[in-house]
Design a protein around this ligand. Structure first.
Ligand SMILES: Cc1cc2nc3c(=O)[nH]c(=O)nc-3n(C[C@H](O)[C@H](O)[C@H](O)COP(=O)(O)OP(=O)(O)OC[C@H]3O[C@@H](n4cnc5c(N)ncnc54)[C@H](O)[C@@H]3O)c2cc1C
Length: 394
């Protein structure tokens, strides 16, 4: 038998099935760079940010310099990385905090992606280089006060007026809303759902932050209002016709979440492991107890299966073969996995586990948003159900 059998699996980070060995050199290097950024810049401040409900805007320029925005796009100053590399970026960022990962998901998958896929050359030239280097921030307005899951029932509408468009309506729960220089806004038109680039300062357009959140406190979440907002035809995304356009953007962001959730779970597992080694109860470190080992083994099992799922999904995506229902399954599975790991880790830390000093409770609270946005768990189950049955049951 080969020496390989003696190789000790990495249960610390954890990477129990050596996913690292399946990555390219470039993917490993991207992961290491983002991991360093998170260790040095994010972790020292993120607890304070969460506690005080503050988004760490000061980190955004460095995120731009590192090439983490629109990382899979080519040209316009984007890095042109593989989808696996972009997943690893999300994993490492969410090891820090879901809020920072949300910022990058929105800017990349929900703002840069639709401009690149559905925008005019002028729109791409104007916005993509600035969004890539974080000189501009974007947001994505789809969800409305009367419900997000049934996006086709949106009430925000745009009507033609002397060659311009006039938008009326409201969007709720919009990440980066008050920070954004440009909002990608979805509205019903006479030709079905259309996408519009609404710039900050346009008369009739206003945004305010949603306060009193228990979740994603280190992230800006806003409400957007459109009161006879006039935008020129050149601000309409010419290639976006119908609901399929915003839904295609959601598939991009959901893919990133499937990876990001692994990072949150890894952080919680590591903290529980550290604690179990240090805490002495009934004359022994907790780690020596059968029940503790069983709990850690269960967490490792869940994280490892999520890693394998995300990697294969990424390889399918890089081959142009990922189906949106596969993305749904990974988002559902991996976020549910992370919630389970975070809750278990929180409990294993005892009373200290409710403090902002420990990461599991922060991740757990954040994940309550992550399981809801980008399609609730029920919506993903119904998407997969439709693939199985051939009949939609929404
Ligand atoms: C922190 C945060 C940030 C967000 N950022 C953004 C953003 O940047 N842009 C954006 O557009 N949106 C954003 N959202 C909104 C998010 O996408 C929506 O909250 C989500 O789509 C669910 O919509 P809803 O909250 O209106 O719930 P609803 O759609 O009203 O759903 C309520 C409940 O009904 C269930 N349900 C839905 N359909 C069915 C069905 N057919 N059968 C049975 N049950 C069903 C749902 O699973 C849920 O449990 C964000 C949300 C949060 C919390």
């Amino acid at each position: 038998m080969s020496d390989l059998e003696d190789v000790v699996p990495n249960s610390e980070t954890p990477d129990f099935y050596d996913v690292r060995s399946l990555l390219t050199d470039e993917e490993r290097s991207v992961q290491d760079t983002v991991a360093r950024f998170v260790d040095q810049r994010v972790l020292p401040i993120v607890g304070e940010c969460f506690e005080h409900g503050r988004f760490p805007l000061e980190l955004v320029p460095e995120i731009g310099r590192l090439g983490l925005l629109g990382a899979t796009l080519t040209d316009y100053g984007c890095a042109g990385l593989s989808h696996v590399a972009s997943g690893l970026i999300m994993q490492e960022l969410e090891r820090g905090d879901s809020g920072l990962r949300s910022f990058v998901s929105v800017q990349s998958g929900l703002v840069m992606y639709p401009i690149q896929r559905y925008g005019s050359d002028e729109q791409k030239q104007r916005w993509l280089p600035a969004l890539a280097r974080a000189a501009a921030i974007g947001c994505f307005g789809l969800t409305e006060p009367d419900g997000g899951s049934d996006a086709g029932a949106m009430k925000t509408h745009a009507r033609r007026a002397n060659g311009d468009w006039v938008i009326n309506g409201a969007k709720l729960w919009i990440t980066n809303g008050t920070l954004a220089d440009v909002a990608v806004v979805w509205a019903v038109t006479e030709d079905g759902v259309g996408g519009f680039l609404v710039e900050k300062g346009t008369p009739g357009f206003s945004a305010h932050d949603i306060q009193h959140k228990f979740s994603l406190r280190a992230s800006v979440t806003s409400a957007l209002f459109f009161d006879d907002v006039r935008v020129p035809e050149r601000n309409r995304l010419p290639g976006a016709r119908g609901l399929a356009a915003p839904l295609s953007c959601l598939t991009q962001a959901r893919y990133g979440i499937a990876w990001g959730a692994i990072g949150a779970a890894q952080a919680c597992y590591q903290e529980a492991l550290r604690f179990a080694r240090q805490r002495v109860l009934f004359g022994q470190p907790l780690i020596n107890k059968q029940i503790t080992q069983q709990r850690l083994a269960e967490m490792l099992r869940q994280i490892t299966t999520a890693q394998m799922l995300a990697l294969q999904l990424g390889r399918l995506k890089d081959a142009g073969r990922a189906h949106h229902a596969q993305v749904s399954l990974a988002k559902w599975n991996n976020v549910r996995m992370a919630i389970s790991v975070a809750r278990e880790a929180r409990d294993m830390l005892g009373a200290g586990g409710i403090s902002v000093e420990c990461c599991p409770v922060r991740h757990l609270l954040n994940l309550e948003s992550v399981v809801t946005y980008e399609g609730t768990e029920t919506i993903h189950q119904l998407i997969i159900g439709r693939e199985i049955a051939g009949v939609g049951a929404f």
